[in-house]
Design a protein. Sequence first.
Length: 98
Amino acid sequence: IIVRHMNSMGSGSKLKEDHFVQIAPGTVLSTLPECYPWLNTKKVVVKPDQLLKRRGKAGLVLLNSTWDTALQWLEEKRGQCIEIGRAKGPLTHFVVEP
């Protein structure tokens, strides 16, 4: 996120390519590859962007995936109610990274 804001400040040099997508409840998943072309060319990691511990053990992290597989996984997990420890509620926010 810091890199994204530093690059938008117009310093003339790009720090690093921005490869990070934050998905909120209103995000239209099918339009993301238009804004982030790297989604179609790189393997991705997808995980909930919520304060959860042990996401991996709960099967809530998708690793080394194509965007098509990630899209199906997101559609399945999005809005799903989960319970981990004392935390209970729907999955609403996700992060996608290469």
